[in-house]
Design a binder for this molecule. Structure first.
Ligand SMILES: CC(=O)N[C@H]1[C@@H](OP(=O)(O)OP(=O)(O)OC[C@H]2O[C@@H](n3ccc(=O)[nH]c3=O)[C@H](O)[C@@H]2O)O[C@H](CO)[C@@H](O)[C@@H]1O
Ligand SMILES: C=C(OP(=O)(O)O)C(=O)O
Length: 429
């Protein structure tokens, strides 16, 4: 087990490049199982979730090569459509294999996916949509078996604009016969990325990034090459980290338009944010102000994945801020850990009231999920004294070289192996 030790109080300054997006790369790597030739994907981040996805592809028989951030997948050698249970359980995104494998091979056997403990995360919308495309789905002995010799285009209206369901169904529909219309589709930038990759491989898709997506089925997909877009959640995390320390940071390889909701709230908090082409400049000189209302919602709303990091920032803002989490029912697990550091937060069901304090103090805290971990590290950067952040493996699911990037910006943060002894703030710092 590893932990991060953070000495708070340093202003972040300088410039770092944001790596490729986890949430774009994961469905893209699943989609390439439909290609009959080699596909090359550039800027694939080196993350634990990506490693699991590559292991799944290998377990199916695909030939996978990784050279730094380039991944080459040859799916012509796939010989099974049974995804091993132990790999399915390692992350939520394993569900992305369902649509593409079914579409190309006519059958798939998976178990329920794992993932962060932020809510129940059902997959009913994925299953209902696949049934509308003609799949026969049977759930037994903990496995989900789907069959369809040929998927048929259909009109699907999602009860909720689920990102994963939109992606899974879009992938399945690419090889279905005829036209598929997905209504109330998710509009996240990662949907556009996936559609762009699929189009490179020969798919015919209109409307990705809008609330109605139309897919004209094709007989097969060929190989191709694609560059993954920058990770907007990593960019947002670094923007918040710079802001809490009163720093001045430039982020390279970003798409400022994808971060409008976050930029708006940072400006409300008193942070200067300027975007030019693929660079964002973040600077704070004055005090942090409370933000009256943040409500997480599907894109272009405020992203749930930045709710926890933003809460860390608001713990030090003058006044009372209010954050409502509407996407996941259990995504306030960072609150009790922030309270250990001196934050003043009250939670009423799915709304948190944050009264800004003048000082956070370093403490031993635990990452309960990926973004909660990032949030606690951010709080540690501004806290007086040392913070010891345990269960760092959560952070490694979504941030490549997390502490290295922060160190590049001047943070005092290092990774240490747990020794088995009781952790002591003063001894480790
Ligand atoms: C790999 C990836 O891209 N992960 C992102 C994706 O997750 P993911 O695709 O899992 O998130 P969804 O948009 O599907 O989930 C949103 C809400 O819909 C519910 N739901 C979803 C599917 C379903 O079949 N039934 C159902 O009820 C979920 O429980 C949740 O309450 O979008 C989330 C919301 O922006 C982000 O937090 C995740 O980082
Ligand atoms: C919840 C997240 O990811 P996933 O859907 O992969 O669990 C996240 O990236 O914050």
């Amino acid at each position: 087990m590893e932990r991060l030790v953070i000495e708070g109080g340093n202003r972040l300054t300088g410039s770092v490049r944001v790596h490729g997006s986890k949430n774009a790369a994961l469905p893209i790597l699943a989609a390439v199982v439909m290609a009959k030739e080699e596909t090359i994907i550039h800027d694939v981040p080196n993350l634990d979730d990506i490693a699991v996805m590559l292991d799944i592809l290998r377990s199916l028989g695909a030939r996978v090569t990784r050279n730094k951030s380039d991944v080459i997948v040859d799916s012509s050698t796939i010989h099974t459509t049974n995804v091993p249970d132990y790999l399915m359980r390692l992350m939520r995104s394993s569900i992305f294999l369902m649509g593409p494998l079914l579409a190309r091979f006519g059958s798939v056997r998976i178990s329920k996916p794992g993932g962060c403990s932020i809510g129940t995360r059902p997959i009913d919308l994925h299953l209902k949509g696949l049934e509308l495309l003609g799949a026969n789905i049977v759930e037994r002995h903990g496995f989900i078996e789907c069959q369809a010799s040929q998927l048929q285009g259909a009109s699907i209206f999602l009860d909720f604009p689920s990102v994963g369901a939109t992606e899974n169904l879009m992938m399945a529909a690419v090889l279905a016969k005829g036209e598929t219309i997905i209504g109330n589709a998710a509009r996240e930038p990662e949907i556009r990325d996936l559609a762009a990759l699929l189009t490179q491989l020969g798919a015919r898709i209109r409307g990705a990034g809008e609330d109605t997506i139309v897919i004209e089925g094709v007989n097969e997909l060929h190989g191709g090459e694609y560059q993954v877009s920058p990770d907007r959640i990593v960019a947002g995390t670094l923007m918040i980290a710079a802001s809490i320390t009163g720093g001045h940071v430039q982020l390279r390889n970003v798409r400022p338009m994808d971060l409008t909701a976050v930029t708006t709230k940072l400006r409300e908090a008193g942070v200067q944010v300027t975007g030019l082409h693929d660079i964002l400049d973040i600077k704070r000189t004055g005090p942090l102000h409370a933000v009256e209302r943040i409500q997480t919602s599907p894109y272009p709303g405020f992203p749930t994945d930045l709710q926890a990091p933003f809460m860390s920032l608001l713990t030090m803002a003058q006044g009372v801020s209010v954050i409502s989490e509407t996407i996941f029912e259990d995504r306030f697990q960072h609150v009790s850990e922030l309270q250990r550091m001196g934050a003043s937060i009250k939670v009423d069901i799915r709304t948190a009231f944050i009264r800004g304090v003048t000082e956070l103090t370093g403490a031993i805290v635990e990452a309960t999920d990926l973004r909660a971990g990032a949030a606690l590290a951010i709080a540690g950067l501004a806290a007086e004294g040392s913070t010891i952040l345990e269960r760092v493996h959560h952070i490694d699911r979504g941030y490549e070289g997390f502490e290295l990037q922060l160190r590049e910006l001047g943070a005092h943060i290092r990774r240490v192996r747990e020794t088995g002894k009781d952790a002591s703030v003063s001894a480790d710092a």
